[in-house]
Write a protein that binds this ligand. Structure first.
Ligand code: FES
Ligand SMILES: [Fe+2]
Length: 426
């Protein structure tokens, strides 16, 4: 029996069935309709600067090797031997000239080409190696150092896919003279929850802060979010939240986005660097974006950016009931090394598997996932109607804009999700 997706998400996406987070049949449709169709984040160019550098990644459940070829180009291949399917790359990251499969030692170069079959000298026929390379991801494109791949050869350009989300991402990236870099390896851990739960949390759900994180986030920070916070949907499925600080706000109050935490961990040096960056922000990103003090962002379908903790995260699905979450510390590329280390310390103290805030979030996701499987509650979908129709266009920034309590970011996401699953159903 095939599911009617319209029964899972109603037309205005104000009511969403619990099955959206737990049903195996819907999960199979997500694999085809979302992870097989969208641009998916793979890596940042700063992780693979030199020829032969590589990092591992995932597109949905499919393991990927992202590498820098001798020609300087970026390659993305499925990490699975063309002979019998073993992973040919066994390290999370590194530098190499070839990937050697452990089973029968077929050799692939860093671009994914098959270069040697040790056994072929003992047989008469020579297989055509040019047809036996690793399977390449059909589309790979970068924007601002962010590398994405797609399994859909016909997909629109990455620029079009991101659309006006670039305006909001650049409010952060372009603040720094040399842009940003990913600092060190990602933290990776598994959470017994559906992949959409971390995504939704980062896409726009900043209003759980004062409640779930009451013990950690100071009341004045929460008051600022309610007073000055905005939620934007530049394109359905993407989202950005930030505080739009007043024009005459002192430089310190806009300097970063986690000023309380920077004070706690960083001390005077960090404060000085941030003040200096903020003092140039108007020139670098313009008057409006210089007033943006970021909170969280989401890029459809599963990339998140937590400005206030300078982390990029990807929510990799592992069946309907588990997510493998990856989180990278992101730092200004031109910052002093000490500063970068402090930022990474800040990242791991507050988020990641041992992070004081993310442990609280993860517990909420696990409990929501449990709530999504409760028997005899199918006639009680979740309510997503807060702020319905209150979002509006503004002349000074792209997209639909509203207060952060408006759940329109999630309604837009789930309407896109519904369309993608219906298309996959055919
Ligand atoms: S499975 Fe890779 S060489 Fe045989
Ligand atoms: Fe949270």
């Amino acid at each position: 029996m095939s599911i009617s997706i319209a029964d899972v998400v109603n037309d205005d996406a104000t009511l969403i069935s619990r099955r959206a987070w737990s049903d195996p049949e819907l999960y199979e449709l997500e694999k085809r309709g979302i992870f097989g169709k969208a641009w998916l984040f793979l890596a940042h160019e700063s992780q693979i600067r030199e020829s032969g550098d590589f990092v591992q990644a995932y597109m949905g459940e499919t393991p990927i090797i992202v590498s820098r070829g001798p020609d300087g180009a970026v390659y993305a291949n499925i990490n699975s031997c063309s002979h019998r399917g073993l992973p040919v790359c066994r390290s999370d990251h590194g530098n190499t000239t070839k990937f050697v499969c452990p089973y029968h030692n077929w050799n692939y170069d860093v671009t994914g080409k098959l270069v040697a079959i040790p056994q072929e000298r003992h047989v008469k026929g020579r297989p055509d190696k040019s047809k036996l390379g690793l399977k390449a991801v059909p589309r790979v494109e970068s924007w601002n150092g962010m590398i994405f791949g797609s399994f859909d050869p016909e997909i629109e350009s990455l620029d079009d896919f991101l659309g006006d989300m670039r305006f909001y991402l650049d409010a952060f990236f372009a603040r720094f003279p040399q842009g940003i870099e990913f600092y060190g390896a990602p933290q990776r851990w598994k959470i017994n929850a559906n992949w959409k739960l971390p995504v939704e949390n980062q896409l726009g759900d900043v209003n759980h802060g004062p409640f779930l994180h009451a013990a950690v986030i100071p009341p004045e920070a929460n008051a600022e979010v309610f007073e000055l916070g905005l939620s934007v949907v530049p394109k359905p499925g993407h989202g950005a939240t930030f505080r739009l600080m007043p024009e005459d706000a002192p430089v310190e109050s806009v300097a970063w986005g986690f000023e309380g935490m920077a004070t706690l961990l960083g001390g005077a040096e960090v404060q000085d660097y941030l003040r200096e960056i903020q003092a140039q922000a108007k020139e670098r990103v313009g008057p409006l974006r210089s007033r943006m003090k970021g909170l969280t962002y989401g890029v459809y379908p599963n990339l998140s950016f937590l400005w206030s903790n300078t982390a990029f995260k990807v929510s990799h699905p592992r069946g309907p009931g588990q997510v493998e979450y990856w989180s990278w510390s992101v730092v200004p590329a031109d910052a002093p090394d000490d500063f970068k280390k402090i930022m990474r310390g800040n990242h791991t103290a507050f988020f990641g598997p041992g992070g004081i805030l993310e442990q609280e979030d993860s517990e909420a996701w696990v409990q929501q996932f449990q709530g999504s499987k409760i028997d005899y509650a199918e006639d009680r979908p979740y309510f997503y109607g807060l702020g319905l129709g209150e979002e509006q266009e503004r002349s000074d920034m792209p997209g639909l804009v509203s207060v952060t309590a408006n759940e329109f970011y999630a309604r837009h996401f789930f309407r896109r999700w519904r369309g993608a699953l219906e298309a996959a159903q055919g």
